[in-house]
Design a binder for this molecule. Structure first.
Ligand SMILES: C[S@@+](CC[C@H](N)C(=O)[O-])C[C@H]1O[C@@H](n2cnc3c(N)ncnc32)[C@H](O)[C@@H]1O
Length: 273
């Protein structure tokens, strides 16, 4: 038998401990992501080998929470990739109007900026009052920030610029209030939002969605997990529902490719057949 790569073996041991002790399954995240994230925690804890983490995480819940936080990259911004929201307005909104009631799911919503962007867009298109939005992530700390909707003031300039470029119809300040060094999004924007912990690896279908947005999440998953999650999205959508993956991910070459038609190739907006 050939000797296994030592680093791969150590990563496997850490993943096995996380799965068997706490039920967190990262086995199908890309190896590059795992290596980067685990090494970061290993160094921060002053450990020499990745496997030195195993005995610690079996008993130390605080250490596990730090590791989980490392595994969750929460980089996001309001109206991120403004062209995506432009295409959404021009190609998806006219179809959304045809439904009397809308269910929208933001999977991997991080700290909520994308969700609030959608709430603003739906408000401006006159669709918010008929919508129910679900914002989910496995990172409960990020979700707590999303629930609050309070962000550092120095990010507002970028948010406002993105908003204008995305085809925003008013002024970004109409939706936010400055408070000391922070900006708070208006509470009306979350009155139709349910925030919930949901792990795309282990949790089930969210039924009958008209629109699912999951951008900058699948890039961390290997092909096997990408297929599984794409199948979960397909099964969570209503007939003719939309799936938006953003410009970094695709469902071409996946197990669900034949179940969708392409609405926008660049922004990877799809419609369930
Ligand atoms: C880079 S953020 C993307 C945020 C937002 N969708 C955007 O595009 O700006 C990736 C998010 O995916 C979440 N994530 C990663 N793995 C996940 C999983 N298995 N289940 C649910 N969320 C996950 C992370 O916690 C993180 O908040």
């Amino acid at each position: 038998m050939s000797e296994p790569d030592l680093e791969d073996l150590e990563i496997d041991l850490v993943l096995e401990a996380l799965l068997r002790r706490y039920g967190y399954d990262f086995r199908h995240y890309t190896r590059a992501t795992l290596k980067r994230r685990l090494e970061k925690r290993c160094q921060a804890a002053g450990l020499v080998h990745l496997s030195d983490m195993v005995p610690i995480l079996l008993r130390d819940r605080d250490f596990v929470d730090l590791l989980l936080r490392d595994m969750s990259v929460v980089v996001t911004e309001m109206f991120r990739d403004p062209d995506f929201f432009r295409e959404l307005r021009s190609k998806v909104v006219p179809q959304l109007r045809t439904w009397p009631y809308l269910k929208v799911w933001h999977a991997g919503c991080a700290t909520g900026e994308e969700l609030y962007s959608m709430a603003i867009l739906l408000t401006e298109e006159g669709l918010y009052e008929r919508s129910r939005l679900y914002a989910t992530d496995f990172n409960s700390q990020a979700l707590a920030t999303a629930r609050e909707g309070i962000y550092p003031l120095d990010r507002v300039e970028k948010f406002a610029r993105n908003y204008r470029q995305s085809g925003g119809m008013a002024s970004f300040s109409d939706y936010s209030m400055a408070r000391y060094r922070s900006v708070m999004l208006k509470p009306e924007l979350r009155k139709r939002v349910t925030f919930a912990t949901h792990n795309l690896v282990t949790d089930g279908v969210f039924g009958d969605m008209n629109l699912i947005v999951c951008r900058n999440v699948l890039i961390y998953f290997d092909k096997v997990l990408q297929n599984r999650v794409l199948e979960l999205f397909r099964d969570s959508l209503c007939h003719l529902g939309f799936l938006c993956l953003g410009n970094k991910e695709t469902l071409e070459f996946s197990s669900v490719a034949a179940d969708f038609e392409v609405i926008d190739r660049e922004q990877r907006i799809y419609r369930k057949r």
